[in-house]
Design a protein. Structure first.
Length: 292
């Protein structure tokens, strides 16, 4: 068994179901493979070794490699089927988790960052208004090029990265590792974005800063945006589109709907509610606790 470029290509482009595009995941898989599988012969003893290994992620790496071997016609269907049957994939615990956002902590955080750290305040504002992840907003600010013309696959057409309307803008990020295409935000955030555009910052530094100063962690901004959005946007697929949660879209919407136009239509209403929630803590508390 040997890790090669062909296997990496398979993981990124040819693997069935969800492709693996995050480079840190690829590197972790490579590390597991090199430590446990590199140079070993595919035998029943190796299969037993993988099944009983304490790190269950090894099962995933091994199953992916077996699929790759079958894809390359290196093993027969009988061998492929037997291994897929006896080597279970990594199991995931399915638990419902309750995320109650501390509104007072949110207000404290935004006030603190507005006064003490304008760059991080910009990050938090964009996450709050768009629902994107920290890694996405860091990449957005770092690579900000408002007038660059790019091909947008979902439109099958070219567009400038920044598209602005009367009340809001959307920026095409086109990030693939954890997909993020359009980033929605109010037009008045442009000054901050243009001021800090080109600034590079390690996302872990942002989380460390929040932890050190007892602020709301960046990951909760996406959850807060969702909790507010589902009370404002009627069609949850439109909200999923705004947050780039493409893997959760219904097939009918993904294939046949015009979610970009619908998101453009719905976002001003959502942005208005988000703005009011940012300015009025009591309103935000009532909004999050009311029954739909």
């Amino acid at each position: 068994m040997h890790w090669d470029e062909g296997f990496e290509e398979f993981l990124k482009k040819h693997k069935k179901r969800k492709k693996i595009r995050r480079q840190d995941t690829i590197e972790y898989y490579r590390k597991l493979f090199k430590e446990n599988l590199e140079g070993r012969e595919l035998t029943s003893e190796l299969v037993d070794y993988v099944v009983n290994h304490k790190n269950k992620w090894l099962r995933n790496v091994f199953r992916h490699y077996i699929r790759y071997l079958y894809f390359r016609r290196k093993i027969p269907l009988e061998t492929f089927g037997w291994i897929m049957e006896v080597v279970p994939s990594r199991t995931y615990e399915s638990r419902v988790r309750i995320f109650k956002i501390d509104v007072e902590l949110f207000k404290k955080t935004m006030d603190f960052l507005r006064e003490r750290h304008e760059l991080y305040y910009t990050y938090y504002l964009i996450m709050y208004y768009s629902g994107i992840r920290l890694e996405h907003v860091v990449k957005l600010v770092e690579t900000y090029r408002h007038d660059e013309v790019v091909y947008v696959e979902m439109m099958d057409d070219y567009s400038t990265r920044l598209v602005c309307f009367d009340e809001f803008c959307r920026y095409y990020l086109g990030y693939e590792e954890k997909p993020c295409d359009w980033v929605y935000f109010p037009k008045d955030l442009l000054k901050l974005l243009e001021k800090h555009g080109g600034t590079k910052r390690d996302r872990s530094k942002v989380s460390d800063y929040a932890r050190y100063h007892d602020l709301l962690r960046p990951k909760y901004l996406r959850k807060l945006h969702w909790q507010i959005g589902k009370r404002v946007v009627r069609d949850k697929d439109v909200l999923r589109f705004i947050q780039s949660r493409f893997g959760e879209l219904k097939i009918s919407e993904e294939r046949y709907g015009d979610l970009l136009t619908e998101a453009d239509s719905e976002y001003p209403k959502l942005a208005e509610v988000l703005k009011k929630g940012l300015e009025d803590t009591k309103y935000l508390e009532r909004l999050l606790t009311r029954r739909k």
